[in-house]
Design a protein around this ligand. Structure first.
Ligand code: AP5
Length: 208
């Protein structure tokens, strides 16, 4: 399994990725999670990335590309991976194509989880995320069901930042739908249904 998950902030990319990882043991490469880990560690990258993330903007391409290249080279990614939140613009998609081609592999699919903006604003305003492992759930879940960690509200899940993230998605990331359609690997799922219904369709689309 070598796939890219596409979709607006809060569409459910991470939720579907968590289920695929649990069932198929592939590597979950979430650039958002990698960047939040860098922010938490207060590394040079984290300090630089935080301002962009809090403003709902994309972190500069080169910082994210280096992170992804390093992660793709790790052992657990060799048997398959889910790229969640990368690529986020055409420049990143072209670098990814080149990098994978250099590794002698190609993407199997780019899966768009399609959800309308009004649904997304409600979901993100009530989302809670685990500080330790990144697991996500709705409001009211205070302890992570996966690792027992503390659930918190992400800094960028505040209403004013959600709006900016949606604008960034529309202007910079949505064009990737056309990019992957032209490459013949786009698959689309209606993400505005219960999680398990969406997942059943995801598995069917990926022939799992
Ligand atoms: P990132 O962490 O990637 O955020 P995002 O793309 O905005 O996606 P989210 O994690 O918010 O949403 P999701 O689709 O995974 O939804 P989830 O499954 O959690 O990026 C954060 C920031 O980092 C960016 O703004 C940017 O600054 C930077 N960044 C990251 N990658 C970058 C890149 N490549 N280049 C440059 N900058 C980058 O679900 C959301 C909620 O809905 C949860 O509460 C969940 O429980 C619930 N839910 C999920 N599915 C359903 C369903 N079917 N029905 C009801 N509720 C559901």
């Amino acid at each position: 399994m070598k796939i890219v998950l596409l979709g607006a902030p809060g569409a459910g990319k991470g939720t579907q990725a968590q289920k695929l990882v649990a069932d198929y043991g592939v590597a979950h490469i979430s650039t958002g999670d990698l960047l939040r880990a860098a922010v938490k560690a207060q590394s040079k990258l984290g300090v630089e990335a935080k301002g962009y993330m809090d403003a709902g903007k994309l972190v500069p391409d080169q910082l994210v590309i280096d992170l992804v290249k390093e992660r793709l080279a790790q052992d657990d990614a060799q048997k398959g991976f889910i790229l969640d939140g990368f690529p986020r613009n055409t420049a990143q998609a072209e670098v990814l194509d080149k990098e994978l081609s250099g590794m002698g592999i190609a993407l199997d699919a780019a899966l768009l989880v399609d959800v309308k903006a009004d649904v997304i604003i409600n979901r993100l305003s009530s989302r809670r995320t685990c500080r330790s492992c990144g697991y996500t759930a709705g409001a009211g879940v205070d302890v992570c069901p996966r690792c027992g960690g503390e659930m918190y509200q992400r800094d960028d899940d505040k209403p004013e930042t959600i709006k900016k993230r949606l604008d960034t998605y529309e202007s910079q990331t949505a064009p990737l739908v056309g990019y992957y359609r032209e490459h013949g690997i786009l698959k689309e799922v209606d993400g505005d249904r219960p999680v398990d219904e969406v997942y059943a369709d995801v598995k069917a689309l990926l022939c799992l």
